[in-house]
Structure formats: C-alpha cells, structure tokens
Design a protein around this ligand. Structure first.
Ligand code: ATP
Length: 456
C-alpha cells in the first residue's frame, strides 16, 4: 500500500538474474514499491501507474535506451530515469543526460551501490517536492476565496465572480479600495485560483521601501553595483518567476521608477542594477492602491501609459461600511476564531453592540473591525459584548471595565488596566501581550516593577 513516503520504482531489465539483483538491493528500503518489466513496451503499457523512478537497461529486446527514454519522457515528463548500460560510453551518457535522464550508470561491481545512492538522493528530492506540494495545497485552501473572503453582500458575491474570472485569464489585475478592505487577500485568492498557484506569490509594498532601494528590490543588483552591494541579489521580478508579483501601493512609485517599470513590462525583461544582461521574466503582475489612480494620472503624478498597462482587470473593493450585514458576519467570525485561539469561552455581540457596529464608519475597514472585536473580547466583563466594550474611533472609547478618563482615572491607570486584562487572557505571557498590544516588553516589566500590574 503506497504511503506518503513511498517511491514507486519500475525496473526494466531483460536479464532476469540482473533484474532480480537490482530488485533485491532496492527492496532493502521498505518504502520502495518495485515492479519489474523485461521490455520497453511492457514498461510503457504500465506508465499509467505513475512510477517515480525507472531504472532502464540500455539494451532491451524491443529498443535502445535513447529511444525508450524518449518514449517514456513523452508520456511521463516528470519521471526520473536512471539508464544502466553494459558499456561505458561517454558520448551516449552525455546524450542521455541531455535527453533528460536522471543518471547514467555502467554495469560493474559498484553499480548496486551507485544505484542505491542515486535513488537515495532522488528520494530526498521527491519527498521535499511532495511536502512542498502538500503545503502549497494547504495554503491554496487557506486562500480559497470562498473560505478566506467572508461576505454575503451582493458586492462580495460580485467580487467572487471577478476573482474567478481573474483566476482563469492571465491578465494584469489592478485592485483598489480603502486601507484594510482586503486588497492583498484578494490578490492571493486570485493567485491561488490561477494556473500559477504552484509558483510563488511575491508581495512588495512600494510605500514601505525607501525610494533609493526600490529599484534594486524590484530588479535586483549585481555585486558592486553601489556601496553596500556586496553580493549579487536577484530582484522580486525574478523571484516571482512562474508566479505572481503583487505591487501594493503602486501609486507611491516615483516617476523615474514608473518609466523603468513601463520599459520592463513592455520588454518583459529586467536588467539588474549595475548589470547589462537582460533577463526575461515570467511573472503575472497585480497592483493595488488605496488612491484613485486615474485621478493621479490627471494630476500628473502617475504616467498615463503605465496606468493603461497596469489597469488590466480592475477590481474595486467596497468599504466595509457599505457591506451591510457582512459587518456582523465578519465580526462573529473574528470573535469565534479569537476566542478559540486564545482558549476563551465563546463570546457574542449584544443587540446594542451589533447596532453600533452596523452604523460605524470603519475608516480602517475589515482590519479595524477585527482589532475592535478582538479587543472587546478581552475587555468584556461577560461573554456578551456590550457597546461600551467596543473601542471605536471618534466614539467614547468604551472599555467596559475601565473608568472613562476625567472621571477620576488617569490614562496611566487605563493603560495598566488594559495590559492587566491582556496578561490575564494570555496567562501572563509577556511576549505575547507585548506583541498583541504592540508595546515594548520593557514597558510591561516596568509596570510590573512599579506594581501597576501583577502577573496572574
Ligand atoms: N472579506 C474578508 N473576509 C475575511 N477577512 C478579511 C476580508 N477582507 C479583509 N480581511 C482581513 O482584513 C485584514 C486586512 O486585509 P488586507 O491586508 O488584505 O487589506 P488591504 O486592503 O491590502 O490593506 P492595506 O491597504 O492597508 O494594504 C487581513 O487580516 C485580512 O485577512
């Protein structure tokens, strides 16, 4: 019974004694599932069983090695073939390796050991490839739009249809929407729905990289191209080969880089900074912006020709405040996940809290909603979240258990109370609390030392 570590091996050898010898040696690894054939035709007839490896005798009654190798590779391009020959012939060996043979061995007293090593190496590569595939499938499922992108509103239903279309066609995609509306999530969903899903998804936030470093980040550089370029480095375009390159905040690209990007897209080639060689790339481009790019064009900040190159299939993400009951659907899902991940009792939103969320403007969109309900779960006195537990911008920050500043409590005390709550929920794990609240660990230690808070 094949398992995730098994390797299916076909031995094609017309000399029964030698075939048995190979089988005996290879069967010493119980993960090897071996089948033997004595002709090329018998091997070809069984390729539907998808062997991982074929050991192929060079001279078989119905064909020579090169011919057999070609027929096998035509039907099963990924199978590894080790050709075993009666005589050493360097020219034949080179020809076979060029044709895609994995290895070429000569029959002598060391063949079995060399075969064993070669199969061992191949097995390691195979298992890594399988693990890689499994992880990719897992990530693919994670970004399956129907699972990862929550929403039942007509706008989100339309979005699913667009993601589907964008997944099927290999055109550029431009995604726009306010911050936190899910632009990167959508780009990933398209990537994992496209036939590039086995390639990398490379994301670059243009706004987060200093302008003087961006060119080398995108296109790479040669050793010595500038001070500090101590090694050659490939750029994100090359890194995204066979996959997707996602350029976030594209409107922040300065005009000189816009010109370079346009040239790269027209020529489908990049040149590393400090290098002359032009390297073809095969990456699908998706861009995102929270600005209106056409307005940027009108105002002369974005090149019109580049705009039209990048526009491709435009996807506009609606702000959360326009998604109606999706707000509650998302809030409940985030709450459910947060309570489960933190081993807390499941909590829910009171009707008043639901109403407050439904009428709030959410400038930070889905990202803000997530942060608000997670904090509310920590601060709520019971497992039902009340309006005062929701810290909404512009609203009275309603930290249920905390008194409002100005009613006798200082901001310092308020901060201490929040940190104390987080420590309780996270069983005194200071690193976790510091990460979640985005404050330094030393702040927490100082508060402990000053007895403003205590470990639970
Ligand atoms: N419809 C949705 N369903 C579930 N989670 C969502 C949805 N939309 C966004 N999110 C979550 O909200 C957060 C912000 O999403 P994302 O980073 O994709 O937004 P963005 O528009 O790219 O933000 P920015 O403009 O700041 O780069 C992420 O945690 C993402 O998983």
């Amino acid at each position: 019974m094949p398992t995730s570590t098994s390797v299916t091996i076909f031995i094609v050898e017309d000399n029964a004694w030698y075939g048995e010898l190979l089988e005996y040696r290879l069967a010493q690894n119980p993960d090897h599932q071996i089948r033997r054939f004595t002709t090329v035709q018998a091997c070809l007839d069984n390729l539907a069983d998808k062997p991982d490896l074929i050991t192929l005798d060079y001279s078989l009654p119905d064909g020579q090695g090169d011919q057999a190798l070609r027929l096998i590779k035509e039907r099963l391009p990924d199978v590894a073939v080790i050709v075993i020959s009666g005589q050493e012939d360097v020219r034949t060996a080179i020809g076979l390796l060029h044709q895609g043979a994995y290895d070429y061995l000569v029959k002598d007293e060391e063949t079995l050991d060399r075969l064993w090593n070669s199969v061992g190496n191949l097995r390691k590569q195979l298992l890594l490839r399988r693990e890689n595939k499994r992880l990719r499938e897992q990530i693919g499922k994670k970004y399956d739009p129907q699972r990862a992108i929550l929403g039942e509103s007509p706008q989100i239903q339309q979005l699913f249809a667009l993601i589907d279309k964008a997944g099927r066609a290999n055109i550029s995609v431009s995604i726009s929407g306010e911050t936190g509306t899910g632009k990167e999530l959508v780009a990933k969903a398209i990537h994992f729905r496209s036939d590039r899903r086995d390639g990398p998804f490379v994301a670059v936030n243009v706004a987060a990289i200093p302008a003087e470093l961006l060119e080398s980040e995108l296109f790479g550089h040669e050793k010595g191209a500038f001070t500090g370029a101590i090694n050659r480095r490939i750029g994100r375009f090359e890194e995204a080969h066979k996959g997707t390159l996602f350029l976030d905040e594209i409107s922040e690209l300065d005009l000189s880089l816009q010109a370079k990007l346009l040239r790269v897209l027209q020529e489908r080639e990049v040149a590393r900074v400090g290098g002359n060689t032009r390297i073809p790339f095969d990456a699908r481009l998706m861009v995102a912006t929270h600005r209106d790019l056409s307005q940027e064009v009108k105002e002369g900040r974005f090149r019109e020709d580049l705009y039209y190159r990048l526009l491709g299939l435009p996807i506009v993400l609606p702000p959360l405040r326009e998604r109606g009951h999706d707000i509650l659907l998302l809030a409940n899902s985030f709450l459910h996940d947060f309570c489960r991940q933190n081993s807390m009792a499941a909590c829910s939103l009171s009707v008043e809290a639901q109403n407050l969320l439904l009428h709030y403007h959410f400038p930070g969109n889905v990202r803000e909603l997530k942060a608000v309900v997670e904090l509310a779960a920590v601060l709520a006195e019971s497992d039902i979240i009340q309006p005062q537990d929701l810290s909404l911008r512009g609203e009275q920050p309603g930290l249920a258990a905390l008194t409002v500043p100005g009613e006798g409590e200082s901001l310092r005390n308020q901060t201490a109370a929040i940190v104390q709550r987080y420590l309780q929920v996270h069983n005194g794990n200071i690193v976790e609390v510091a990460n979640r609240l985005q404050i330094g660990k030393s702040t927490i230690y100082r508060m402990l030392q000053n007895k403003e808070i205590h470990l639970p």
